[in-house]
Design a protein around this ligand. Sequence first.
Ligand code: FMN
Length: 277
Amino acid sequence: MASIARTSLHQVSKRLYPAGFASLSFLNSLPKHKNNFLRTPLPRLARPAISSNREYSHSHSHSHSYTTSTPSRMANLTASTFLEYVKNRRTYYPLSKDISLSADQVDDIVKVAMQHVPSSYNSQSNRVVVLQGAHHEKLWDMISEVLRAVVPEEQWKSTAERMAWFKGAAGTILFFIDQDVVRGMQDRFPLYAEGFPGWAGQSAGMLQFALWTALEAEGLGANLQHYNPLADENIAAEWNVPRTWQLNAQLVFGGRTGETYPKESKPAEETVKSFRD
Ligand SMILES: Cc1cc2nc3c(=O)[nH]c(=O)nc-3n(C[C@H](O)[C@H](O)[C@H](O)COP(=O)(O)O)c2cc1C
């Protein structure tokens, strides 16, 4: 998606916002744990809900098999609670450096999501680099510099404004797909070779969604950017990223500086078909 050409969401939000935007009010009704690093503790983070160690083997028609354990039903975590988090996730910018989580807490959230987000055949092709503080600022200086050389003069003002927004945030999570893993899966399962790049992208999207939602559940704001592949080489050199990791997206996070705009959603009648006996 061409981020460069995007209309300013901030301007849109200033124009449209907000009659009756329901954001975080539901969080106040959730129980708070004094000593938990999360503002709104999720039972699985605080206490893993895996009560059964029953291992099972799941065989696919292509005779690949793997084992995993079955989580029990999770106390306190219902679909409606989860869907409140889903509804609460929005695009926010500009963002500030003022956040309620420490750098370690952000890393912990990333690590938990990384281990539990699904991937095709459990191939685990996702890779992440978390940049906070001066590293985050360096990233956006780097991307600005690359853009300065390619963005037409008349568009530079709005691009520079966006760059300032991103740099002004607290951190950026860089999402990569390890192409070594994708190629390995293609070699192992030639019949499905064409599917693996797309499935790796889907798994990356699931990880992005999980982290976007988790950070916003903590009261932060975030937005998803795609300035790859413009600065890929500079990023790889600066943060020692293996050559096989291909940059897929950037999730910028920070403190919210305002509300987002009300979003229009297509009616479900247009987008969902449902059949039952
Ligand atoms: C796959 C994907 C790519 C996106 N790319 C960008 C992007 O490059 N720049 C940006 O500012 N927002 C990007 N967005 C954010 C969308 O514009 C935004 O999610 C959408 O307008 C709905 O708004 P919401 O996030 O507030 O629900 C992207 C979102 C998705 C899911």
